[in-house]
Design a protein around this ligand. Structure first.
Ligand SMILES: [Zn+2]
Length: 209
């Protein structure tokens, strides 16, 4: 049984507290006062998100280690990977910049996808461990720190500026990085956090009964 507080949901537009009813699949719930959509269940959220997360994890390693760009300046050719970019920034003495690029473009996506994969696999296997709610809470926090899109845009700006003085060819790593970015966006579309919290709550209840 849910307690009274967890059975309430707040309208994001007018802050009205609304009693959470059992909403059937594929139907929207609207605020009775202002009409703002309160909740829209997403179909097959666990399976769809799990498929995307596994794709993301498979794309992550080539996106980090394969050349993103091949640049030739005055006969000198260099291959740039995400990992080598971090190392070069660090060696140039910009330690904090290197740390931020590493954290937002390598660590955050890796941690985010691994944590979400663990949570979804536990839900699929109907297994509960007390770290499950903690992990999902960390996922929500990490989601805000992943900034692959910012990294890609800044790289594109640099590339456009270099076009006049260097011969630039795209590498396989760039396509993996774009795929990773697309996967990350699709995860935010398919993931229904409310349903995941409900699943975690259900597993916890079954474990303790
Ligand atoms: Zn409202």
């Amino acid at each position: 049984m849910k307690n009274n507080l967890s059975a309430l949901t707040a309208c994001h537009a007018c802050d009205l507290l609304v009693a959470e009813e059992d909403i059937p699949l594929n139907s929207k719930a609207h605020c009775p006062r202002c009409g703002f959509p309160l909740y829209e269940p997403k179909v097959n959220t666990v399976n769809n998100t799990l498929a995307l997360v596994i794709t993301g994890l498979l794309l992550l390693w080539p996106a980090i280690t394969m050349p993103i760009l091949e640049m030739s300046i005055l006969g000198d050719t260099s291959f740039n990977t995400l990992l080598s970019a971090v190392v070069k920034i660090f060696q140039a003495g910009y330690y904090w910049v290197a740390f931020v690029v590493f954290f937002t473009s390598i660590f955050a996506p890796l941690a985010k996808f691994s944590v979400l994969c663990t949570v979804l696999l536990h839900i699929k296997a109907k297994r509960y461990t007390p770290v499950l709610p903690v992990l999902f809470r960390y996922y929500v926090k990490l989601d805000a720190w992943e900034m692959l899109d910012v990294y890609l845009i800044s790289m594109m700006v640099a590339v456009i500026k270099l076009f006049d003085i260097a011969a630039i060819h795209t590498g396989l790593g760039l396509f993996c990085l774009l795929g990773l970015l697309a996967t990350s966006i699709l995860v935010t579309i398919t993931l229904d956090k409310k349903q995941i919290w409900d699943h975690i709550e259900d597993l916890c209840r079954k474990q303790s009964s």
